[in-house]
Design a protein around this ligand. Structure first.
Ligand SMILES: Nc1ncnc2c1ncn2[C@@H]1O[C@H](COP(=O)(O)OP(=O)(O)O)[C@@H](O)[C@H]1O
Ligand SMILES: [Mg+2]
Ligand SMILES: [Zn+2]
Length: 297
C-alpha cells in the first residue's frame, strides 16, 4: 500500500479544539508602530488572518460533505483485503485517487468512479422461487465495502485536494481553495428532492438542493438507483448527472444494480452519461458480505 493511503490521521475529521492564538476569531491582533504624516509614532492594532483559518475551512467542508455518522471511521488503513473483490475495490479506489489531482485540474472526459453489481438487485427481485434464491446466493453485492471505500475517498479528497476556480474562460483564480465534497444516499436524497418539489415555495428549496449536488466539486452517490422509480425521479437523475457531465465534475457512485437495471431505475439518458464518465473505471463486483464473514470467525 502506498504511504499516503496508510496514515490514518489525514483521513480523519479535524478536531473541534479551539484556537488559543486567536480565541477562535480567525484573526490575530498585533500591536504595530505606525508613523503619522507629522512624524508622530502611534501604536495601532493590526489584524491578520490566523493560521487556524485553513483548519476551520477544512472543518466546515467536512461538515458540509455530510459523511454519514456510521462511516466516520471508514478509512483505507482499516479496510481489510482478504478476498479478491476487496482487493479489486481498494485498488480501484487508490488508482483513481492517484489520478485525482489531474482529474480536478485538467477535467478529462473520464473523471468518475463507479461500483456496480454483476447481477442487479431488481433483476434478482424479478425472479421467483429457486432461481431467486440461487441468484441471491451467487450474486451478493451487499457488504463488500463499496460505501466504506467511497467515504474514505471523500475524506482523502477533503483533506488533500485544492481547487482553482475558473473566473473567465481559460483564466483561473490566483487563490486555491479546498475541494467541496457532497455525499448523498439515494433513497434519502431522492425523498428530499421529491418533498422539496412539493414544498410550495416556488421551487426555491428544490433548486437549492439540486444546485448543491450539481455544483459540488465531487459528488459521492451511495446506493444509486435504490429509490423506487418514478418519471419525475428519472428527470431529477438526468438533470444532476447531465449537468455534472457537461461540466466534467466527477461522481463517485456505488449501486446494487447492474448496468442494465441501473438504466431501468435512473433512465437510459442519465445512466449512459454516467457510465461514460467512468470510462474504464467502472467495476462490476460481487462477493461475500463482510458483516456475515465476521460472524463466522
Ligand atoms: N473489507 C472491509 N474491511 C473493513 N470493514 C469493512 C470491509 N468491508 C465492509 N466493511 C464494513 O462493513 C460494513 C458494510 O460495508 P459497506 O461499505 O456498507 O458495504 P457496501 O456498500 O458494499 O454494501 C461497513 O460498516 C463497513 O465499514
Ligand atoms: Mg453501500
Ligand atoms: Zn486561530
Amino acid at each position: 500500500m502506498s504511504k499516503q493511503y496508510e496514515s490514518s490521521k489525514p483521513q480523519n475529521e479535524p478536531s473541534d479544539a479551539e484556537c488559543k492564538a486567536c480565541n477562535d476569531t480567525g484573526f490575530l491582533i498585533e500591536k504595530a508602530e505606525q508613523e503619522q504624516y507629522n512624524g508622530e509614532i502611534i501604536i495601532k492594532d493590526l489584524g491578520r488572518p490566523c493560521h487556524c483559518m485553513k483548519q476551520k475551512s477544512l472543518k466546515n467542508r467536512f461538515k458540509n460533505a455530510l459523511i454519514p455518522e456510521e462511516f466516520k471511521d471508514a478509512r483505507f488503513d482499516n479496510y481489510k483485503t482478504e478476498s479478491d473483490v476487496q482487493q479489486t475495490l481498494l485498488h480501484a479506489t487508490q488508482e483513481y485517487l492517484k489520478e485525482f489531482p489531474s482529474i480536478i485540474k485538467d477535467k478529462p472526459e473520464h473523471n468518475s468512479l463507479g461500483f456496480l453489481a454483476v447481477f442487479g438487485e431488481s433483476r434478482i427481485r424479478s425472479l421467483s422461487g429457486e432461481a431467486k434464491y440461487k441468484a441471491k446466493q451467487d450474486h451478493n453485492n451487499f457488504g463488500l465495502g463499496k460505501t466504506h471505500l467511497q467515504m474514505a475517498a471523500a475524506k482523502w479528497i477533503l483533506n488533500r485536494i485544492r481547487v482553482r476556480d475558473e473566473i473567465a474562460p481559460g483564466q483561473y483564480s490566483k487563490f486555491d481553495r479546498g475541494a467541496r465534497v457532497l455525499c448523498v444516499s439515494d433513497i434519502t436524497f431522492m425523498d428530499d428532492l421529491t418533498n422539496a418539489r412539493m414544498a410550495g415555495d416556488g421551487g426555491e428549496t428544490l433548486s437549492k438542493l439540486l444546485e448543491s449536488a450539481i455544483a459540488a466539486d465531487v459528488l459521492v452517490w451511495d446506493d444509486l438507483g435504490k429509490a423506487k422509480w418514478s418519471e419525475s425521479k428519472e428527470g431529477l437523475y438526468y438533470q444532476i448527472i447531465n449537468e455534472r457531465y457537461l461540466h466534467k465534475r466527477p461522481i463517485l457512485f456505488s449501486s446494487n444494480e447492474d448496468a442494465g437495471t441501473l438504466s431501468d431505475k435512473i433512465g437510459y439518458a442519465a445512466s449512459s452519461r454516467l457510465l461514460g464518465m467512468c470510462g474504464d473505471r467502472l467495476y462490476r463486483v460481487e462477493g461475500d458480505d463482510y458483516r456475515l464473514r465476521k460472524e463466522r470467525f
